[in-house]
Design a binder for this molecule. Sequence first.
Ligand code: FPP
Ligand code: MG
Length: 294
Amino acid sequence: MSWIRESTLNFFQMLVVKILKSGHVPNHVAFIMDGNRRYANKCNVNSLDGHTKGFDKLAETLQWCLDFGIKEVTVYAFSIENFRRSKEEVDGLIKLAEEKFQRLLDERDKLMEHGVKVCIIGNISMIPANVRKLMAEAMRITKNNNKALLNVAFAYTSRDEITQTVKTIVQGVNDNNIQPEDVDNELFSKCLYTSESSNPDLIIRTSGEVRFSDFLLWQISHACVYFTNTLWPEFNIWDLIAAVFHYQRSYTDLQVAQLYEHPQSLSCHSRAIAYINMLDCERQRMLELAEKSC
Ligand code: FPP
Ligand code: MG
């Protein structure tokens, strides 16, 4: 199954989406795609078939997000904790990622046509070199696209992201590139894996689990949260419609909370801006190395 597909909505579903689009639509939606193995169990197939169905559902959901006009999507595809699963399942998930990123590169024209920028967020040093290379290429070829942003969290946990960020900042201070007084909310955000993203407005978790599982903990302080019992491979347009509707009903409260907690807009010191630019160049260099490494 391809990453970008034709819209699957019927006339009635399109109409409902159109009505909701006349209200506030979240700019950025994050998904914790949970329940693939329970779905596999239910259908008497193996876990990997469950994950493959999970990928198909991801592709379908991305199209629904485009239908809704949602500009940014972040998906939790593989957590650092997932490395602890059986070797068979980890190998299977890595192979699936290899296949799907190869497919994404083969279909680059579609991606460019839709103007989708792809970002991998996570500790890429933990990803096998062959998959890292494909991911780096996908990021390079789409880096100037600006109609939509797809963040794929792979080898990701929030605590790892925050730990790496603290290390980056300490290094910056030790090397005299920044001073301790430059460290603030904004600099910290710009040193995270998600530096190129806005914070999610809405986070959706499937499968009935009511927790965040170390996903985007820094970024979701003001996000609207929507939990559904639906297993990820069974997620459907009505689940997404219900989540967007929930967001619209919470919209005013969310705006007020954001206003109280961030009363003034923060602006980085020029030294901090120079450091952020330096980190950006460093990231580009690491991606180039990843692409050449095998
Ligand atoms: C959680 O369900 C899902 C995952 C750990 C993997 C999610 C991956 C995909 C949907 C495929 C995406 C692939 C790419 C290349 C982006 P679970 O295994 O925890 O299921 P359970 O909660 O029922 O045990
Ligand atoms: Mg799970």
